[in-house]
Design a protein around this ligand. Structure first.
Ligand code: PXG
Length: 440
């Protein structure tokens, strides 16, 4: 196209949208043009209540002045600085603050730009850790069915969502999967389900099959978000921790969704009282405002790399934007906002009201299950015969028209509002959703 010919701004064809039915979207686009506190503004000027914190990331709500100010100030002070063999103070400060709110065993922070990169980084650290300790035979990685760990090759290999895997070749070799924890007998449970701790014992079967000395790490979401809010049964994570420890296998918690207060504690590790060896996070790390992810590791893992001549790079891994100044400044401002507003624990005090309002939808048409924990909720609908996913997708479109933003995955509606939501807004969200479900 000649330079003097600008494309029409309303031409939607060039942007190949991620995880989107592009052709369908572009015939009836749903555009957001602004956001403040608990609301988006749609292109037609309507206010839309954010029931999902964007994509599980805007935990402090939208347009928080401290965060936007930190970004603009840093852009004017130090727009970019490399983190390879150079440093800048803000990245170190954020790492210290992250370690402060994490379980005490987590002592070090490796920066990435997203959850997917955090997952691939965590897997690489696990492999290299064993090798650095002279246990290079530990190369297998264990994920879980219905797990979501982003879209890098490592993440989709340990992930357990068939549509995210089947188009992309053979993936990583030497990966095995635990069964998911979603059992029909746990239907309509409030909070952590009773049945299924023994599903963790499947790890013993995998160990017996391959030999513990071939297994590097197990990665799980403490609570599986993307595949529809699958909660860990009581005792399950404890058991997984016990078995991994017994066999010298590292346990990685993917806390990209559960990090930063979603369950009522800073991280799920604290909520469940189970501490992994490595944790990933992203999303809420910067309130979703600017891309950033991180991997937190125990001192033992980090220290295993700190050997050999001091001038040699210990880990051949990193990104151009690892710990970049603007994201780091946003991260610090975000943590300050969370702490000032008590958001890292606010979900705990709202959880009771949330649970009650959510479960009040149990007798609505086509509802077959409701699950909740912290400020997360899921409503599973009976699929329309021959058209899986359609019932929930139609509800999503109707909900947007009715002024609430929800997320759907298959026929499951997932809710995860900003942690700033009021009780009245919880009621508004559930009342509107109730009307939407009744209309279906
Ligand atoms: N791990 C987990 C547990 C996640 O939930 C990622 C890794 C990947 O993060 P990035 O930043 O690379 O996208 C995620 C992302 C949804 C939804 O609607 C969930 C995610 C992303 C987009 C949509 O459930 N989770």
């Amino acid at each position: 196209m000649p330079l003097d010919r600008k494309p029409a701004p309303n031409d939607l064809s060039a942007f190949w949208m991620p995880f989107t039915a592009n052709r369908q979207f572009k015939t009836a686009p749903r555009m957001l043009v602004a956001a403040q506190d608990m609301h988006y503004t749609a292109a037609d000027g309507r206010q839309v209540l954010d029931g999902t914190a964007g994509l599980w990331c805007c935990n402090a709500g939208h347009g928080r002045p401290r965060i936007t100010r930190a970004i603009s100030e840093m852009a004017g002070t130090l727009d970019y600085a490399p983190s390879f063999q150079m440093g800048h103070p803000t990245a170190f400060e954020l790492a210290n603050r992250l370690v402060e709110i994490a379980p005490p065993e987590m002592e070090h922070v490796f920066y990435t730009n997203s959850g997917s990169e955090a997952v691939d980084t965590a897997l690489k650290i696990a492999l290299a850790y064993h090798r650095a300790r002279g246990e290079g035979s530990r190369t297998r990685l264990i994920g879980r069915e219905r797990g979501y760990h982003g879209v890098g090759f490592g993440g989709i290999s340990v992930g357990g969502i068939v549509s995210n895997r089947r188009m992309f070749g053979t993936l990583l070799a030497g990966v095995d999967h635990l069964p998911h924890t979603h059992l029909p007998e746990n239907r309509m449970t409030r909070g952590q389900p009773q049945h299924g701790a023994e599903l963790a014992d499947d790890l013993e079967r995998i160990v017996a099959l391959h030999g513990a000395d071939t297994i590097a790490a197990v990665i799980v979401e403490p609570m599986a978000g993307s595949t529809g809010v699958l909660l860990p049964p009581k005792g399950y994570l404890e058991r997984l921790r016990e078995i991994t420890r017994k066999h010298g296998i590292l346990l990685i918690f993917d806390e990209v969704i559960t990090g930063f207060g979603r369950l009522g504690s800073p991280f799920a590790a604290q909520h469940f009282g189970v501490v992994p060896d490595i944790m990933t996070c992203a999303k809420g790390l910067t309130n979703g405002v600017i891309p950033m992810g991180a991997v937190l590791t125990s001192g033992a893992i980090h220290d295993a790399f700190m050997q050999g001549p001091e001038h040699v790079i210990e880990l051949f891994h990193g990104y151009t934007y690892s710990g970049n100044p603007i994201s780091s400044a946003a991260g610090i401002a975000t943590l300050e906002t969370y702490i000032e507003d008590g958001l890292l624990t606010r979900a705990a005090s709202l959880a009771g009201h949330w649970e009650k309002a959510l479960h009040a939808l149990a007798d609505h048409p086509h509802v077959i299950d409701i699950r909740n924990m912290g400020l997360i909720g899921a409503i599973e609908l009976a699929p329309i015969e021959g058209a899986p996913g359609k019932r929930a997708f139609d509800a999503f479109v109707r909900a947007f028209e009715a002024g609430i933003l929800i997320r759907v995955t298959g026929d499951i509606i997932a809710l995860s509002p900003p942690l700033t939501i009021s009780e009245a807004q919880i009621d508004e969200l559930m009342d509107t959703l109730g009307q939407v479900l009744k209309a279906g």
